[in-house]
Design a protein around this ligand. Sequence first.
Ligand code: HDE
Length: 697
Amino acid sequence: MSNDKIRNSKDSAPFNKTTQVGQGGELHQLAEDTHAALTTNQGLSISDNQNSLKSNPLGPVLLEDFILREKITHFDHERIPERIVHARGTGVHGYFELTHSLEHYTTAKILTEVGEKTPLFTRISTVAGGSGSVDTPRDVRGFATKFYTKEGNWDLVGNNVPVFFIQDAIKFPDLVHAIKMEPDRGFPQSATAHDTFWDFISLTPESMHMVMWIMSDRTIPRSLRMIEGFGVHSFRLINEAGNSTFVKFHWRPKLGLQSMVWDEAVKTAGADPDFMRRDMFEAIESGDFPEWDLAVQLFTEQEAEEFPFDHLDATKLIPEELVPLQYIGRMVLDRWPNNFFAETEQVAFCPSHVVPGIDFSNDPLLQGRLFSYLDTQLSRLGSPNFHQIPVNAPKCPFANHQRDGHMQMEQPTGRVAYEPNSLSGTSPSETPRGFNSAAVNENGIKGRIRAESFADHYSQAKQFFMSQSSYEQTHIASALIFELSKVEHVHIREAMVSHLRNISEELASRVADGLGFKTIPNPYKPASAVEEMPPSPALQLIGKMKDTLQGRSVGILISDGSDATTISTIKKAAIKAGASVKIVAPKIGEAKLSDGTLLKIDGQLAGTPSVIFDAVAIVLSSDSAKKLSTEAAAIDFIRDAFGHLKAIASDKGGDMLLNLANISVDAGVVDTTRLDTFITAAKTRQWDREKYVRATP
Ligand code: HDE
């Protein structure tokens, strides 16, 4: 190769910097003044980051190239073990502001100092899939918050569902093995629709309440900003006098709840596998900060004894009608992390991270978690010093006599590393104001025992199903049919229908019918009588949707020649109602509108399907509509918006495509001149349309 060719390979480097010819005729890029010098991890500045050291231009690479070896070695070790569950997550910084003091119940300053803003980091995750899995599977969402309080870090590590599958931590590895990819075949990724999951579930009656939640629309949320969060377990609050009160924690989204329909979630996974993360990122970047209220349910030991269930059983919730929510503060997420790995990946949540005034209950699931998370962080982050990683470090002073270990970042001074000692007047020592466990009287017989009070597995499952709107009941039936139809073993399908008969005969027969059963299996024999409980409207999702376009998005499909005034009035009205608006067209770049103006296009049609919008408008000239009539992406744009029960506004050109897509007019399909009607329809979904667009069980 001639020297010229060697030079050319460097000239084509993608940055435009001044160059200097080295002694051997080679070209060096000169870092511009604004760039820091590139160095090795030892601070040695690097003159050539494009070529490894070779014995001659076409010769072998030399072992001597310590710069290459350092760089590749570091790269080879870039991954740490992903979380065994909740591997895929999105983390955001923010703050918590207390609005109502709980000083009668707790000494925890974060819950007593009204107006105080406590910094925090929240990570919302899926459970089953790996870290590279998609954002929209049917799955529970983890909802973990680390509050950097003045008295130490408090981690509230919850989910977007208030109950759990199992009652005892010893079953967790079995549950997770059943839910994850089947070990011989390595699929399905991030899905419960397979044999091992339903096999385990059908043999675990205590999971039936959770089954109702995961088959409901709660597990296919529209946005991470539109989910609730629950601490799940009962915790204790302890006041100055040492008295304890039980507490359940709840997060309630300001934007209300909203979910996708199943077909939309499936298609979104293909259209944008990072849909949830991107949605959160874009909201934060645009200053539209997601917000949640924090609420508590407070109750005494005596009150708990009157409940028709055991609050220490994590498969049960406390209906809001029984113990109303008290709103005490708000969380605002307002800062995207600087670096995904350093923060979102390395953040280490542990339910054992509490502050004085907050303590644990005897929920056996919680008790197991108190062990598991610390253990998991040690293997994931590789060192007992994981608390020194900035995202994990308390923001209040902390000091003790723990020393050394992998990756110790601190340099403690002095000869004293123990307590008590007489050699140092300043070394850390215990304080009466420190953490104290609730003084609880424990007695009874030791053993591997499941309490009698944990025996009822169906009453709350029934209550949940009965509390849903008819649309939501249909979704639950459809979800069960979908999931169980993917199960190969017929006896597992049958076992599930047997359980459903204890929840609702109607649900069981809808599912049995959907699965093509000729006869319905006998009901599973419950361990304890199934109680009728009053419906709890708070368990609905549709009932908790907010009548708003805030945080939602509208897509306008246009092309060259589209009417400029129509586009701008729709855009203005949608933005006024709080939505974000994206313009979609067959070609990216700009479209020339009816009045000759150019409009910037945000998304190319084939890559911007309607699944990513909450409502759509179709504004087309008749020429463009004709051209698009043979474009499947345009027809799908409309058909999917209709099938996903979204509002559609269309002008005359748009109507041509609506006809081709076989769209019938209903309350959600409106002319672009009826903007108010469109905006009202866009704030919700057209639930009544559902029976016309898919077979409902
Ligand atoms: Fe977890 N869980 N879990 N879990 N969990 C983990 O800890 C575990 C449970 C939850 O964004 C792991 O750091 C056991 C209930 C969230 O980093 C692990 C049991 C609830 C996250 C672990 C449970 C949760 C985790 C894996 C049964 C809702 C993600 C990685 C006793 C209240 C936190 C890690 C994040 C993560 C163990 C059940 C919520 C293995 C043993 C119930 C939100 O330690």
